[in-house]
Write a protein that binds this ligand. Structure first.
Ligand SMILES: NC(=O)c1ccc[n+]([C@@H]2O[C@H](COP(=O)([O-])OP(=O)(O)OC[C@H]3O[C@@H](n4cnc5c(N)ncnc54)[C@H](O)[C@@H]3O)[C@@H](O)[C@H]2O)c1
Length: 328
């Protein structure tokens, strides 16, 4: 399932952990068609720029029309496309289409127009996200009157339903107009809250666990050369300075404790590295500051330690039966 992450680093407990050293390769990105949903701001916008700088063409989908147009314009000006006058003109370096990731038709239109313009899609990334911190669903101060009003579903709709829509549509578009052995991938955005408890953002956290679960549920099926032949991975950023940053009191305390803070570029560089590394499937990169760590490999490798030898063996046997009977 998971391939190369290097090097293995010995921790104090003697357990090796896998630091991921991203390599953003022009050879891997040049002339690629990359669709980024959520590319108008923050980590997504930085990733759009890294891709364009390295010769890729990017279709940006985002609900923020003004910023999306601005990012596309900047890329077109900064990294112009040169066409051979003897050949048909090449498409623009970047295009923007206003897209609401919670609206299936809107996501479908983005893929259809991108495919029409660029004739294929190589990589799809979903960075669109939402974190509502006001009116928490499980506030202990809620009373019998408050719960009569239905709470906001935005964090579930944007983070989880949107990711499900994009992944479903991508799984079909990525299979079209590809030569033999051509790498195609989907990169989803989870969070440290996708694998660790984080207070105050329960609905966001449930959604990000959902993104993580979606990747796990698809990684073997999608990567099969007899089925989709698509890699799927996740990025789990931690504290990252973007428009979507944490409240000031958390940032201040974070800095005081000397904890790592990522920039949008740090996380985008890890994301581009995962996109470029065609050996990575089913991996999740926890990003802390400028560094990234792969987590899925150790969860599998150490199962007999955290679950116990005997239940791990029984679980493996049962999962094998499920795999063989459900896939048959
Ligand atoms: N910033 C952090 O500290 C942090 C930490 C962990 C995980 N993440 C995750 O990383 C991803 C990127 O985060 P960011 O900090 O760059 O966020 P951001 O707010 O800067 O950018 C998110 C983008 O998503 C777009 N978006 C929101 N709702 C949308 C919708 N309905 N349809 C289409 N686009 C929509 C926004 O317009 C924006 O351009 C998110 O999934 C976020 O949950 C961020």
């Amino acid at each position: 399932m998971i391939a190369k992450t290097e090097p293995d680093v010995q921790t104090n407990s003697g357990v090796p952990v896998a630091q991921f050293l991203p390599e953003v390769l022009k050879d891997s990105l040049d002339e690629k068609i990359i669709l980024i949903v959520g590319g108008a701001n923050g980590i997504g916008a930085s990733l759009v720029e890294i891709c364009c700088e390295n010769g890729a063409y990017v279709a940006i989908g985002d609900i923020d029309g003004a910023r999306g147009e601005q990012v596309a314009r900047k890329c077109i000006q900064q990294w112009p496309v040169y066409s051979d006058p003897a050949l048909p003109p090449k498409p623009p370096r970047a295009v923007f289409q206003r897209t609401d990731v919670t609206d299936y038709q809107s996501v479908l239109d983005l893929f259809e127009n991108t495919f029409k313009k660029y004739k294929r899609i190589d990589h799809v990334v979903v960075t669109a996200g939402s974190t509502e911190t006001e009116a928490p669903w499980f506030d202990h101060a809620l009373n019998l009157s408050d719960i009569r009003k239905a709470p906001s579903r935005k964090d579930i709709d944007v983070n989880l339903i949107g990711t499900l829509y994009v992944t479903r549509i991508a799984s079909v578009f990525l299979r079209h107009n590809r030569g033999p052995g051509v790498d195609r991938s989907i990169l989803l955005f989870s969070c440290a809250a996708g694998f660790k408890e984080t207070p105050g953002v329960s609905v966001y956290q449930a959604a990000k666990h959902g993104v993580q679960g979606l990747m796990r549920s698809l990684r073997n099926n999608f990567s099969s050369p007899y089925k989709h032949s698509i890699r799927i991975n996740t990025i789990c950023p931690w504290m990252t300075q973007t428009g979507n940053s944490f409240p000031k009191k958390i940032e201040d305390r974070w800095a005081k404790e000397g904890l790592p803070i990522s920039t949008a570029q740090d996380v985008a560089r890890v994301s581009a590295g995962v996109m470029c590394d065609d050996s990575l499937n089913g991996a999740s990169m926890f990003v802390a500051g400028t560094r990234a760590w792969e987590i899925e490999g150790n969860i599998d490798r150490l199962e007999s330690q955290w679950l116990g030898e005997e239940p791990a063996q029984t679980l493996a046997q049962g999962q094998k039966v499920l795999q063989e009977t459900l896939a048959a």
